[in-house]
Every structure is written in C-alpha cells, then in structure tokens.
Design a protein around this ligand. Structure first.
Ligand SMILES: [Zn+2]
Length: 391
C-alpha cells in the first residue's frame, strides 16, 4: 500500500481503504503514520450505533487518545475555534474523524485552523490565507452520502450564514470507507444521504467544472446509486449498502473536482426554512433541473466548451438513467423519490405559494449558480421550485 504523503492539491485522498470490516485496519494505518497521539472527532451517537466504537476501542486503547465531540450537526465557527485552541496547545499526530458530514467537516476545519497561527474565523472566511499544512486527518464516514472524506471543502456556519471554505489542505490524508458502518442507518437517513450522493453525481456530471476525471467518478457513482439506493432504503443487504457506500465516495471525488450546481444552490433555503434534510432538499429540484439544463442553447450556455458539449453530457446522463428523453428521466427520478419516501417536489416539501418561491429564489447565491451549465434567471428558478410548466 502507498505511504502517505503530505496533503497537496490532489483529486482524492492519498489512501482509501474500502470494504466491509476495513475499519479494523485503522491500527495498521495509524502505525504506518507513526501516530501515537490521536484526537477522535466523533458524533457520539453515530460512533456507537455504527459499531465503530466496538472496533476502535481496543485499537486505540494503547495510544494517547483525546475525544472531541463539541460540534453541532451544522458546525459553527465558534466550535471550530474552541477545538482548534485545544489542538494548538497539544497537537496530535492524527485527527480521526468518525461520523457523517458534520464530524468529517469539523475534523477537516480543525486540522487547518490548528496550524495556521491565525484567527480560525478569518481562516474560515478566507480573509487569512491557509499557508501551512494542516494536521493529518483520517476520515471514516458512517453514512453513505456526503462524500466529505473525499473533498477539499467543508460546510461551517458563521453567525448563522453558511460558509464553504475550500483549500487543498482540507482534503483528508486518508479515508476508510467501511459499508458495515452504514448498516444501522434507518431508512429516512439512508434515503436522504443516498439522494445527496445521487444528486452530487448528476450535478457533477453536467457542471461547468466537470473534467474527464470527475465524469469518470460521477458516471460510476450514478450507476451504483441508481442500482442500489432503493434497495438500501427498503430492503437493505450487504450488497446494496456496499454499492451506496462506494457511490457516495465516488460522488465525493467527483464534486471535489467539479463542485455542485443549481439544485445544491437552491437547496440550502429548503433545509434552513422548511427543515428538509439536505439530500432531499437537493433532490426535489433535480428532475426539473435536468429538463431545464437539457434545453441549453449557445445564447445561455455558461460552459465555455459550448452548448454542444453540455448536450452531449446530458445525452450520456439520459443513457445512464436508461431513458430516451429528459422528461422520462425526470419521471424516473420522481418514481425513485416516491419509492424512498422523499417528497417529490418542493410543494410536497412545504413550499406552496408564489411568495414562498420568490423568497427562496431571492436567497439563492447567484455566484454558486455560475457552475450550472445553463444560465438560470429568476423565473427559471421559480419554475424549478414550482416543479411545473417547464417541459
Ligand atoms: Zn450535497
């Protein structure tokens, strides 16, 4: 197995251990890293319920281990600053992150904030440069969705406002993707996290930032998610759990290169104002967005490679969905949302009136829409939220 190098601007973690039971290899990995002192950044519930604690406790027993659990489901800059202060006083050899996206993102942010000798808030806001390597992070996801173990960005809230700092140093050094850790996820969490992976794969595929490499990851992620998501939610088996775990990781690698597009940009208000879980908030506009993006022309194409290039990507997406037309693909997405217990439209998710749609539209960060292959105006975003009249 390859030895670990310092994190650089690479497209995936240096080392990825994948497979049922691979978490048992954590000890060997720590030995190879010569890691005697470890800060375990964990979501306590996920740590217990996933079965990670049972395997890791004996492995960590003879090391110097401290636990960091002081972060919210939507981590705040103040929590990162408090954690970083502890790490500055006594830096560990490794940060071991176990949990969903929040635990992984928290560890990634702690890793860079602890070494910069700058105010963590400034690091997070990008007003202070990240010019020193971070502490090494080993990321162990217990959900199959965000792909945060494979990305060089993280989500953090500053004064209630969502921030997405991005830097190569935020990419974990290593990831252990063990599908068994996802076996205890209840159906709604399996659905929302799996939908996040599926949407990230689709959005990555058509993103302005897409490359041949990101499309390779996204293609395989989408193929796996279409095969395994519904069974993983409704009658999970080791095969469907493994399929979704790898789909989520590959989708993470894909967006690590390409970033996401309009459905993600619109989703944040649906989560903060209507309480829709992230994956579901993204998924409710994915089908309509697919139709809208397929109608791209040269006049409203954002991708410098041109409308023909975008339409070719959309055509390939249709083939991956095994559909002939964008409307058919949209219907397939709707059926999948129904099958996994997700609202099939923003209105089913609680967005009913024109005023509500306008309010959400005005809150969408226009800059983030710049990665969508087709330029979207206010009316188009409202039509995505209305989920009607755009065929
Ligand atoms: Zn997402």
């Amino acid at each position: 197995m390859a030895t670990l190098k310092p994190t650089t601007a690479i497209s995936r973690p240096t080392e990825v251990l994948f497979g049922e039971g691979r978490i048992a290899s954590t000890g060997e990995l720590l030995d190879r890293l010569d890691a005697r002192s470890v800060v375990l950044v964990a979501d306590p519930a996920a740590y217990e319920q996933s079965g990670a604690s049972r395997v890791l406790e004996p492995i960590l027993a003879d090391r110097d281990v401290r636990l960091f659990t002081e972060f919210s489901p939507n981590p705040k800059d103040t929590e990162i600053a408090a954690g970083a202060a502890l790490l500055v006083r006594r830096p560990p050899d490794v940060l071991l992150a176990v949990g969903g996206g929040s635990a992984l993102d928290t560890a990634k942010l702690l890793s860079v904030c602890a070494t910069q000798k700058r105010d963590p808030r400034e690091v997070i806001l990008g007003t202070a440069a990240i010019d020193r390597p971070g502490l090494r992070v080993i990321a162990v996801p217990t959900t199959a969705g965000t792909g945060a173990e494979a990305t060089h960005f993280a989500v953090v809230y500053v004064d209630g406002v969502k921030c997405s700092p991005a830097h190569p140093s935020l990419l974990p050094a290593a990831a252990i993707v063990d599908p068994k850790l996802t076996w205890s996820m209840p159906p709604p969490l399996t659905a929302s996290s799996g939908l996040d992976a599926l949407c990230q794969a689709v959005e990555s595929f058509w993103a302005v930032g897409a490359t041949a490499e990101s499309q390779e990851y996204a293609r395989e992620a989408l193929r796996l998610a279409l095969e395994h998501l519904e069974p993983a939610v409704n009658h999970p088996s080791p095969a469907s759990r493994a399929g979704m775990a790898w789909a989520a990781h590959l989708a993470g690698r894909a967006i690590n290169i390409s970033k996401t597009t309009a459905s993600h940009a619109i989703s944040y208000a649906l989560t903060s104002k209507y309480g829709l879980p992230h994956g579901m908030a993204v998924a409710v506009t994915l089908g309509p967005l697919l139709v809208l993006n397929s109608q791209v022309g040269e006049h409203d194409c954002v991708d410098p490679r041109g409308a023909t290039h975008v339409r070719a990507a959309l055509d390939e997406l249709l083939r991956l969905f095994d559909c002939r037309t964008p409307s058919e693909a949209r219907e397939r997405i709707t059926r999948l949302l129904q099958a996994v217990g997700c609202p099939t439209s923003p209105s089913e998710g609680g967005v009913r009136s024109a005023e509500e749609r306008q309010e959400i539209t005005s809150s969408v960060n226009v800059e983030r829409l710049g990665n969508n292959p087709r330029r979207l105006n206010t009316q188009m975003i409202e039509s995505l939220l209305e989920n009607a009249g755009i065929d």
